[in-house]
Design a protein around this ligand. Structure first.
Ligand SMILES: Cc1ncc(COP(=O)(O)O)c(C=O)c1O
Length: 419
């Protein structure tokens, strides 16, 4: 008899798998659900060039085909460090980041997972924006941790709500269980918000001032940092950490270059490097070395920055197509609203309070019949804290063409109006 482990039970039942199964079962659906990047602009040519450059040199090729080291390929880590240091503003309060703090992982999800494993015991708490990246909620569920939602507005997590949540947990005797605050500061998944740097700085200060029983880390997931289509770049969260002991940054090439190569990284406070690398050592003793050598060539040979420019232009048009279609079809419907993100891959739609966009509701059913799929907002909310706002949905503009985006929004608007 198979008896699932405690962890298998905790990991069970992510609702998103049902959504994916429905999308696969009906290939004619216009999926505005999947958070994939645009397949048409994936860098086949650039990757081919980098690979040819790598394989021109037999020694380099064979080194890439060998196992690597647990924290990752040093020349790639050096380029990542240089990039992080070059983007630091003069106002940076942080101690200078060093190479040992840069750890390469198989996508940033693995980094998040290793950090969670290093910080949390079952029953420990992470405060998350409500809504937040739903896979991270699954990562927390995996280890039996509690996710507690904090209210957000169009600038992300609200600092006053964060303090209020900490106060409430303290009053309940749970402050010692709060181990981290999770933020997606740039063009958040799911709602596209970008936190002003002052807000991120406030969150870091709040984490420090409430670290009375143990340190509360700030995990800044910067997955969409490079996907900016308007406005100026803002400094990364690690530059706001004056002691260099609080902020963990998670980065990735999945959105900016290729999720198939699946290379991510972390910039870690010094005392987290050992625990994360020990976890990783026991888990895989190093992420795929070939992918790391390849990404090193991509960066070194100047193929990365030019690619980012190119995809930004494409995504800007898709975002515009989605916003225009929403304006055309839904601006006159009472209680339906959204705001224009300045980057990322998502638009977050609010519906009238009484509509539940969930998988078993009428809107989802009608949308499927109209031929369009979305992510019901309810699955992006932590289970505790800020209540679930079921009258929301995440719309992705990354995958579909501008034409399909327009068709998809028109179909969705028919379903919304019918409900
Ligand atoms: C907010 C956020 N973080 C992390 C990831 C993980 O990306 P990867 O593991 O491919 O780096 C994603 C992917 O969708 C994401 O949306």
């Amino acid at each position: 008899v198979y008896r699932p482990s405690q962890r298998a039970n905790w990991a069970e039942g992510q609702p998103i798998s049902e959504l994916m199964a429905r999308a696969l079962a009906n290939p004619d659906l216009i999926s505005l659900a999947a958070g994939f990047v645009d397949q048409q602009t994936l860098p086949a040519e650039e990757t081919g060039k980098a690979l040819a450059n790598l394989f021109d040199d037999a020694d380099a090729a064979q080194a890439a085909l060998q196992y690597g080291t647990t924290p990752g390929y040093p020349p790639l880590r050096e380029l990542l460090l240089d990039r992080a240091l070059a983007a630091e503003p003069e106002s940076s309060k942080a101690p200078r980041t060093t190479l040992d703090q840069v750890v390469v992982t198989a996508g940033s999800n693995q980094l998040l997972h290793l950090v969670v494993e290093s910080l949390l015991d079952p029953g420990d708490i992470v405060l998350c924006a409500a809504p937040t990246y739903l896979v991270f909620l699954g990562t927390l569920a995996n280890v039996g941790a509690r996710s507690v939602g904090v209210a957000t507005d169009e600038q992300g997590l609200i600092p006053e709500a964060l303090v209020e949540t900490l106060r409430r947990l303290d009053a309940a005797g749970d402050l010692g269980r709060v181990k981290a605050i999770y933020l997606v500061p740039y063009f958040d998944n799911p709602c596209g918000v970008t936190m002003p740097v002052e807000r991120v700085a406030q969150a870091v200060e709040i984490a420090k001032s409430w670290s009375t029983e143990n340190r509360i880390h700030v995990i800044a997931d910067e997955a969409y940092h490079e996907l900016r289509y308007a406005g100026e770049d803002v400094p990364s969260a690690h530059t706001l950490d004056a002691d260099g002991d609080t902020v963990v940054v998670a980065g990735t090439f999945s959105k900016s270059f290729s999720p198939g190569i699946r290379v991510g990284w972390g910039i870690l406070p010094k005392d987290l490097v050992g625990p994360v690398c020990s976890q990783k050592g026991n888990f895989d003793f190093g992420s795929p070395n070939f992918s790391q050598h390849l990404m090193h060539r991509v960066m070194r040979d100047g193929l990365f920055d030019s690619h980012i420019e190119q995809i930004r232009a494409g995504y800007r048009l898709k975002l515009q197509a989605m916003l225009e279609a929403l304006e055309e079809h839904l601006s006159s419907v009472d209680g339906v609203h959204w705001f224009a993100p300045r980057g990322g891959l998502y638009v977050w739609l609010h519906l009238p309070e009484e509509i539940d966009s969930g998988l078993h509701g009428r809107l989802f059913d009608l949308s499927m019949r109209e031929g369009v799929l979305y992510v019901p907002g309810r699955y992006c909310f932590p289970l505790e804290g800020e209540p679930i706002h079921a009258n929301t949905m995440r719309l992705s503009f990354g995958v579909q063409s501008c034409e399909k985006i327009r068709e998809g929004i028109a179909a969705l608007s028919r379903a919304i109006r019918a409900v």
